[in-house]
Ligand binder design. Sequence first.
Ligand code: SF4
Length: 265
Amino acid sequence: MEGIIFNIKKFAIHDGPGIRTSIFFKGCSLKCRWCHNPESINKNIEKYISTDKISDKIFKTEKNIGYKIGVKDLYKEILKEKIFMEESNGGVTLTGGEPLLQPHFAAQLLRFCKKDDIHTAIDTAGNVPYDNFKTILPYTDLFLYDIKFFNAVKHKKYTGANNKLILNNFINIIKTNKKIIVRIPLIPNINLNIPEMKEIRDFLLPHKGSNFEKIELLPYHHTGQSKYARFNIENKMKGINEPKINEIIPIKELFESAGFIVKLN
Ligand code: SF4
């Protein structure tokens, strides 16, 4: 079985516990304005023109974004890092893009990991049919679940899709008792404000329990901005600054005072 990915990141430390190998799947069903991996959104392998300067000469070459890879070949790559995963209580994280748009490929890969006792995590935006979750559920230890808005109209405006499916899937996943960490991007001028965060807190609070007690806040940053020019994609975040710490701390405190363990990423 083959899937389409666009990157393998080794020694990742922000995608779940310990040292991890993160696999970046191609394709996403959202189109967030602030996406740090805009080249991930299209599910197909795409072409772009790469410009390289050597001495004073400029070379233009056609390159691919994304590639097909067999599940066994990908797993061989993962196994090379197993020692670091074991020593750090790390593992493998499927991210993207949206890994749950290729659920059978993801499930096979995770199944191999679980056979070798490797910890597995899925970083998902949740905007896929619940059947896709069911496919990977038996082989997944941890969900990193993105919540961007509670308000459906704003969600649609800034990500291109309604959030009904995302919120329903979240509730279904909570019921399975799988471990979940909710990740909230903090985007200036979009959701970086207390009323927006209070709505998310009020949605999350009734679901707090032993399998869901951690929240990660992901302040908007400029890493990834250069990709918009490189891949010739319109950048709707031009001129937006990264948030200041005094804008982030009240949000951290808001979730902490509701009893959540909050981490800034
Ligand atoms: S869900 Fe993530 S990968 Fe998809 S568009 Fe939004 S930020 Fe990008």
